[in-house]
Design a protein around this ligand. Structure first.
Ligand code: 13P
Length: 249
């Protein structure tokens, strides 16, 4: 998959009629040089896979660390893969907040994802209180160390920096703030995987990305794409973001 990646996280949004937005997204050819990934609710994965017929990649939004078993309401990585997913979002701040997921649990889920052939899209980012306390780089370094499992091949990893305070708020960090975190993440990846390995990992920014700010965000060094929530639900909102990424240097 290309390092430039435009990913949509539909969160708990979308029923059958929402597939029309994917049909709209696919109605015209997507720009070359950019991989597009949509992570719909699991209930839509299979139908979306049939509709997309390989033209975009699809992902889940979470998986269990176990391959199968007595875990009511959870979903296994192999189930997502069978339904058509190639990726799975893990450690999103909404899962960390709503379900108390720890870095160790995220790493275990990532191992399960890899075992099922999925690429984990591991999310990290600081809260507003952590940023105000000057702890941002410490927080993301700790999350990077704890959430990315040992032994992972960097070519099978996507990272998304999503400041918790920027998600769904309309607020975004300044380009300098994004650049600082992304540089730290790339350096952390280099320390672990070497420079060539680190260069294989798409580093996405997420949090209130929209058509009007996408070009400025994609101009930030070490930003390889975006993980988009609200603005990924409608083709008319998402397509200009994909186009902005294609146009970015
Ligand atoms: P918004 O784009 O709606 O702020 O959501 C970002 C996000 O959490 C993507 O995973």
């Amino acid at each position: 998959m290309a390092r430039k990646l435009a990913a949509g996280n539909w969160k708990m949004n979308g029923i059958g009629e929402s597939l029309a937005e994917v049909a709209l997204l696919l109605a015209d050819p997507l720009p070359a040089g950019v991989a597009v990934l949509i992570c719909p609710p699991a209930t839509l994965l299979h139908r979306m896979a049939v509709l997309a017929a390989g033209r975009i990649a699809l992902g889940g939004q979470d998986c269990h660390a176990a391959a199968a078993g007595a875990h009511t309401g959870d979903i296994a990585a192999a189930m997502l893969a069978e339904a058509g997913a190639s990726h799975v979002i893990l450690g999103h701040s909404e899962r960390r907040a709503d379900h108390g997921e720890t870095d160790a649990q995220v790493a275990a889920k990532a191992q399960a994802a890899l075992a099922a052939g999925l690429v984990p899209v591991i999310c990290l980012g600081e809260t507003l209180a952590e940023r105000q306390a000057g702890a941002t780089l410490d927080v993301v370094a700790r999350q990077l160390a704890g959430s990315v499992p040992d032994g992972i091949a960097p070519a099978r990893l996507v990272l998304a920096y999503e400041p918790v305070w920027a998600i769904g708020s309309g607020l975004t960090p300044t380009p300098d703030q994004i650049a600082e975190v992304h540089a730290a993440l790339r350096a952390g990846l280099s320390a672990r995987f070497g420079a060539a390995g680190a260069a294989q990992v798409p580093l996405l920014y997420g949090g209130s990305v929209k058509a009007s700010n996408a070009a400025a965000i994609f101009a930030v060094p070490e930003v390889d794409g975006a993980l988009v929530g609200g603005a990924s639900l409608k083709a008319a909102d998402f397509r200009p973001i994909v186009a902005a990424l294609a146009a970015a240097a």
